[in-house]
Design a protein. Structure first.
Lengths: 421, 421
C-alpha cells in the first residue's frame, strides 16, 4: 500500500543525528537543547521544513510547541496528535523525544506520499519542554496544551535568573497568550507517542517494539536514619548505632521486597547521603531516597508499606531513629484500553510478536492524558541506555515502528469509519 | 602520704575548662586550638604558669612543645615523660589531650607539695600538634622529639598557604633548630600518657579508669564498586547492576565479619560515596572506605582478607566490578609490658578493678614509642563522646586517674631503686 523503503528507519535516525549536534545543541561537546534557547529555535526551523515537505501546514503555538497539521478528508476534523518532546537533558541522547517527533513526520509522509487522507486530521507535535532541564518544572508544554499552565508559571526562573516570561518574549512569543496553547477536548481525537524504551526489557526479549499499557505510578520516599556518630577505633562493634549500616540494611530490604514483588514493581535507592565521609567516623546520620514505581498505585503502595515496616524494624533492632517523608506521589497513567488494543494489533500486523509493557519513566503522554485518550509505542534501544551520548537505536527497529504507526492510523481510521457509519 | 584533696579531680577539669574558651580558642563559638596559633601561644603562657607553680622549670622546645621539668634526687637523671597534646581539632572537646597535660602537672604537684623527689626526673610535656588540624600531617611534635621530623616538613602548608617554617618563625621559633627537639634515648626513661578513652568501653563496664595495653593496628581500604547507571523507572529489578545495593551488601559484610571476630576487632564503613544522588538514577559507582583496627596486625589482616573475599563474592554475584586500594597501613604499637604491669598495679592500688583495653584511636604514645617504652591510662568519658563540645569527664574519675599516676610514679621509683641497687 505504501512505499515502505528503508527511509522509514534510516531517515528518522539520520534526522535525529543531525539534530544531535550544533547548531541544534547549545554545546559542542555534548547534546544540550533546553527549552526556548537558540538551539531550540534552530531545531524548530529545520523541523518545520521537514513537516512542510511531508505535506503539513505548520504553526508555532504560544508555548513554543511546533504543530504540523495534515488535514483529514474533511476540514476541521478532530486531530490525532502524534508526537513527543524536542528538548533534551544536558548531555542527552539523540533519540529521547526527537525520535517520536520524527516518527510522526514519517507517518504523515507515508500517507501524504500516496495522497491518502484519513477521516481525522493528523497533527505532529514537537513539545518544547518535557525534561524540565531549563526551568524548575517539567512537561511545561504538554501540560500547556491541556490548559494546565497558568500565569504563575511565567515567574519560573532558569539558573541564570531568566524568567519563563522573558524567555518566551526572547523567543518571539507573547507570554500573555499562553492560555491559548490549550486545546479544546473536541479538537483532539487521541494522542500517540513513540519513544525509545530507555530500559532493557525489549532488548532482553529480542523485540523491536512494544506496546505501552500505561505509565507507572511513582512514589518517592525520604528515609532518614539517625544513630550517633562515633570514633571508628574506640567504639566496639556491639556498642554502635551506625547509621550507614542501618541504611545499608534498608537498601537491601528495598531491593529484596521489590525483586519479590510484581514484575513491573521497581524500587531504587539512588540517593544514599551520609552526613559524614571520614574513614574514622561512624556515621550518625544517613538520608536515603527510595523511588518506587508500579503499573498501578495499589501494587506500589503495598510495596511502600512493606518497605516502611521493614525499615522501621531495622531501625528498632539497631537502636537508631527513623523518619519518613513522602517527597513525590504521582498516580499511574493508564493508556486508553481501546488504543492499546489497536496498537497491539498494529504491532502484530507488521510482524512483531505483540508485547505489552509498562513505562517506568514519565512521558508527555502523562500530561496529555488529561485532554484525550493516549497510546504509546516503545522502541528497543541499545542496552537501555538513555540520557547519554551512547543512546542508540537500530534502523530496522525504527522502520518497524514507523510501519506500526501507519498501521495504527489505518486501523483507527477503519474503526472510526465503522463507528461513525 | 600525699594530701589527696578533691583538687586532684576538680582542678584538672577546671583548668581544661578554662582552656576550652577564648583566648585559648581561635573561635568564640566552639573550641579550636590549632598548632602555632595565637590561642596556642596564650595556652602555653598559662600552662607555663601552672607548671612553674607546681615546682617545675619550664622550657619551650624548637617545635613548640612545652616541657616542665621536676628534677629527681640527682641532677640530669633520665626523665619520666608525662604528657599529651595541647592542640584540638576544630570544634574539639576540652579534655582530649589537655587533660593528660593537666594530670601530669597534678602528679608533679602531688610530689612537689610534700617535697618528694624520685630517682628520676619527671617532665610534663604539652605536645604542640597531635591532631594534624593545621598542617597536613599529624603528631608532628611527638614525632619531633623522636627525631622523626626532617627539614622537608618545613614546607608543609596550612589551608591559608602558611608554611610550617613561617608558622614557627611567627611563633618566635627558629625553624633551623627543629632537629634539636629530638631527645637522646638515654635522657628519657619512659613516656606515660593519660587520655580520655574517647570510647564507651569503660563506661559500659562501670570503670573510672583502665590500662591501655597498646594502640591498635590500623588499615584503611578503599573499595570501589562499579556497576552501570540506569533509570530507576525503566530497569527491571533483575536487569540491574546497582552499585549502591552492592556496596550496601559490602557494609553489612564488614559489620558481620568484625562483630564475629575478636573483641578488639573493629571495622567501620564511614565513607559511602555514590557518584550520583538522584532518586531516579540507579547508581553506577560507589566508593566505600573501610577502617579496620585490632590490637595486633595478624587479627586485623585476617579480617581484611575475609572482607576482601566477601566483597569480591558480592561483586561477582551482582555482576559489578570491584577495585581495592590500601589507603593507610599502620602497625600496632604495644605498650611496654613492664609499664603495663606497673600501671595495672597502680590502678588496683587506688581501688579500681584493674581492666586492660586496647586503644582504637591513635595517640602521641604511638610516636614516642620510637624513643622509649610507653604506657597509657584511659579515663572514662561520658557516652564515649569526643571531638565535640559534649565531651565530658567526672571529677571523681579524674581524681582516681591522678592518684593512679602518682602510684605509678611511686611504684616505678621503687622498682628502679631495686633495679639500680
Amino acid at each position: 500500500m505504501y512505499a515502505l523503503t528503508s527511509d522509514l528507519g534510516d531517515r528518522p535516525i539520520a534526522r535525529c543525528n543531525v539534530l544531535g549536534a550544533v547548531p541544534f545543541s547549545e554545546d559542542h561537546d555534548f547534546l544540550n537543547r533546553p527549552y526556548l534557547t537558540e538551539s531550540h529555535r534552530k531545531t524548530l526551523e529545520l523541523v518545520r521544513m521537514w513537516m512542510t515537505a511531508a505535506g503539513m501546514s505548520v504553526r508555532l503555538d504560544p508555548l513554543g510547541n511546533l504543530l504540523g497539521r495534515y488535514e483529514g478528508t474533511q476540514a476541521n476534523a478532530p486531530a490525532l496528535l502524534i508526537g513527543s518532546h524536542i528538548d533534551t537533558v544536558r548531555n542527552g541522547g539523540r533519540y529521547d523525544g526527537a525520535l517520536g517527533v520524527m516518527l510522526g513526520i514519517e507517518t504523515v509522509e507515508a500517507l501524504s506520499s500516496v495522497g491518502r487522507r484519513m477521516p481525522f486530521a493528523i497533527e505532529v507535535i514537537a513539545f518544547g519542554d518535557e525534561e524540565g532541564s531549563r526551568f524548575p518544572a517539567s512537561m511545561l508544554c504538554s501540560r500547556g496544551i491541556v490548559g494546565g499552565i497558568g500565569e504563575e508559571a511565567l515567574a519560573l526562573e532558569d539558573a541564570d535568573g531568566v524568567s519563563l516570561r522573558q524567555a518566551l518574549l526572547d523567543f518571539g512569543l507573547d507570554p500573555t497568550d499562553i492560555a491559548k496553547a490549550a486545546r479544546r477536548p473536541g479538537e483532539v481525537l487521541a494522542y500517540v507517542e513513540a519513544h525509545i524504551e530507555q530500559g532493557p526489557v525489549l532488548e532482553a526479549r529480542d523485540l523491536a517494539i512494544g506496546v505501552v499499557t500505561g505509565i507507572a505510578a511513582q512514589l518517592r520516599l525520604k528515609a532518614r536514619f539517625i544513630g550517633e556518630a562515633g570514633h571508628a577505633g574506640t567504639s566496639p562493634m556491639g556498642l554502635r548505632t551506625d547509621a550507614i549500616a542501618a541504611a545499608a540494611a534498608g537498601v537491601l530490604a528495598v531491593e529484596q521486597i521489590c525483586a519479590a514483588g510484581a514484575p513491573d514493581l521497581r524500587g531504587t535507592v539512588g540517593r544514599f547521603l551520609p552526613k559524614t565521609a571520614a574513614y574514622n567516623v561512624i556515621a550518625g546520620e544517613v538520608e536515603m531516597g527510595v523511588d518506587l514505581r508500579a503499573s498501578n498505585r495499589p501494587v506500589r503502595d503495598a510495596a511502600a508499606e512493606q518497605i516502611k515496616t521493614r525499615l522501621a524494624q531495622i531501625a528498632r533492632e539497631r537502636g537508631v531513629a527513623l523518619e519518613f517523608t513522602v517527597v513525590q506521589d504521582l498516580p499511574d497513567t493508564p493508556c486508553d484500553p481501546r488504543l492499546v488494543r489497536v496498537m497491539t494489533e498494529a504491532v502484530e500486523a507488521v510482524g512483531v510478536a505483540p508485547f505489552q509493557l509498562v513505562s517506568g519513566a514519565g512521558h508527555d503522554a502523562m500530561a496529555v492524558s488529561g485532554l484525550a485518550p493516549v497510546a504509546m509505542l516503545f522502541i528497543r534501544c541499545e542496552r537501555g541506555i538513555s540520557h547519554n551520548a551512547d543512546e542508540a537505536v537500530a534502523a530496522a527497529d525504527v522502520a518497524l515502528a514507523t510501519r506500526a504507526l501507519v498501521a495504527f492510523v489505518e486501523k483507527l481510521a477503519l474503526e472510526n469509519a465503522v463507528e461513525t457509519t
